[in-house]
Design a protein around this ligand. Structure first.
Ligand code: CP
Ligand code: NVA
Length: 308
């Protein structure tokens, strides 16, 4: 049994195995209706709990669909409707759910909820996003990059904007998959040093750059995300917008990256804030491939967790 809690906590060989298996499973389904089962049904008779303490479109739909394609069943649970949201401990919730289901995927606020769930569950636990990281997203993003451009190793990824949870998982991936990363954003919104140090300790060249134009020079991939995440106070919205506006990804900025650079955004996006529609719908953009690849990458993660 394996938990998938974070990219830096998963062996690089296993991460590679997950990406390769995702690509194979994607190919094996080409041309099939979304609701059709896979040829083999590795999750037959398995029950998966999907717990959401924050909103979700992609994570919810792609996990639910992925489990069904592999022959399993899901129950989608809202944190606020569970006793978890009314004072029952995470440890007790984990022990109880482990008597009913074969795997728990949880999207939550505090990372401690995830780690406590994993500590007390006797079934695998998957991180479906916390305030600090979003590993399933970045597995899909690595898969998407490699699908379009080949190995991500030694490439240059540029993150423009808020050094948030998605940025943190990209830094973990830089260390584990061996690519370089430049962060372009205001000093108040830098990624936590711990994430930067992890990637550097693994040999990645991690640069913090205040000038977005300088940052994107030579980029193979430009990535951004919302300026206000689900865990951020709405009262900080105006301040964040003012600080982050210089880092908006527009066509002028993209033109400074390599001519064949890709553009990614995990979505949901606030069009014309963090990135213009011209970029999101333009020739560099692979945003909807990323969204699709959530499905394939997570199916591979589920199989790895359950060793099936
Ligand atoms: N990218 C992502 O995780 O999207 P959702 O919030 O819709 O799940
Ligand atoms: N950084 C965003 C990602 C959403 C998928 C958030 O946490 O709200």
């Amino acid at each position: 049994m394996n938990h998938f809690l974070d990219i830096h906590l998963t062996d690089p060989g296993h991460l590679r195995q997950i990406i390769d298996s995702a690509a194979q499973m994607k190919e094996a389904r080409l041309g099939r209706p979304r609701g059709a089962s896979d040829d083999d049904l590795p999750l037959k008779d398995r029950m998966v709990a999907l717990i959401f303490e924050k909103p979700s479109t992609r994570t919810r739909v792609s996990f639910d669909l992925g489990v069904r394609q592999m022959g399993g069943q899901t129950m989608v649970l809202s944190g606020s409707d569970m006793q978890l949201g009314h004072g029952e401990t995470i440890a007790d919730t984990a022990r109880v759910l482990s008597r009913y289901v074969d795997l728990i995927m949880i999207r939550t606020f505090d990372e401690a909820v995830l780690t406590e769930m994993a500590e007390f569950a006797t079934v695998p636990v998957i991180n479906g996003l916390t305030d600090r990281t979003h590993p399933c997203q970045i597995m899909a993003d690595v898969m998407t990059f490699e699908e379009h451009r080949g190995p991500i190793r030694d490439r240059k990824v540029v993150w423009c904007g808020d050094g948030n949870n998605v940025c943190a998982s990209f830094l973990h991936a830089a260390g584990q998959f061996g690519f370089d990363m430049t962060f372009a954003g205001p000093p108040t919104l830098d990624p936590e040093q711990e994430f930067v140090e992890f990637a550097r300790a693994r040999g990645s060249d991690i640069v913090i750059e205040r000038d977005p134009a300088k940052a994107v020079a030579g980029a193979d991939l430009v990535v951004t995300d919302t300026w206000v995440s689900m865990h951020d106070a709405q009262s900080a919205r105006e301040r964040r917008h003012n600080q982050l506006r210089p880092y908006r990804v527009d066509e002028a900025l993209m033109s400074k990256a390599k001519p064949d650079a890709l553009f990614m955004h995990c979505l949901p996006a606030h069009r014309d804030d963090e990135a213009t529609s011209a970029v999101m719908d333009g020739p560099h953009s692979v945003i909807f491939d990323e969204a699709e690849n959530r499905l394939h990458a997570q199916k591979a993660i589920l199989r790895w967790c359950l060793e099936v």
